[in-house]
Design a protein. Structure first.
Length: 115
């Protein structure tokens, strides 16, 4: 409920842009989907652009019309969701799949202790 109220408060001011930081964090999958649908509906109705930072891939693919991935301080991929899912970039592919195998963990303590 707090997330819905916060979004409603932001939209009352009729902004051109809304920044959302992990809007479905800590929510169960059903309520996360409710929040996603709320974001989609409100941004479409109000014609506002929303930028969402999230690690929740299901949510990202549900609400996005464009996606970008920030890695080591740089945008390494930017595309429409379907093209993003098919990225040939190994970092993006690993992140989207959630795999423990790939370049993201190379050289990290987690990768070293796995071997």
């Amino acid at each position: 409920m707090r997330k819905r109220v916060a979004l409603a408060r932001a939209l009352v001011l009729e902004p051109e842009l809304i920044l959302l930081d992990e809007p479905s964090a800590g929510l169960d999958p059903v309520i996360a989907s409710v929040i996603d649908e709320l974001i989609i509906g409100l941004t479409e109705k109000s014609k506002v652009t929303s930028i969402t930072a999230t690690h929740e891939m299901d949510s990202a693919f549900r609400i996005a019309t464009r996606m970008a991935m920030l890695y080591q301080g740089k945008i390494i991929e930017e595309a429409e969701p379907e093209k993003f899912k098919q990225s040939k970039n190994p970092v993006v592919a690993q992140f989207v799949s959630g795999s423990t195998e790939g370049p993201i963990l190379e050289g990290s303590l987690d990768a070293i202790t796995k071997k």
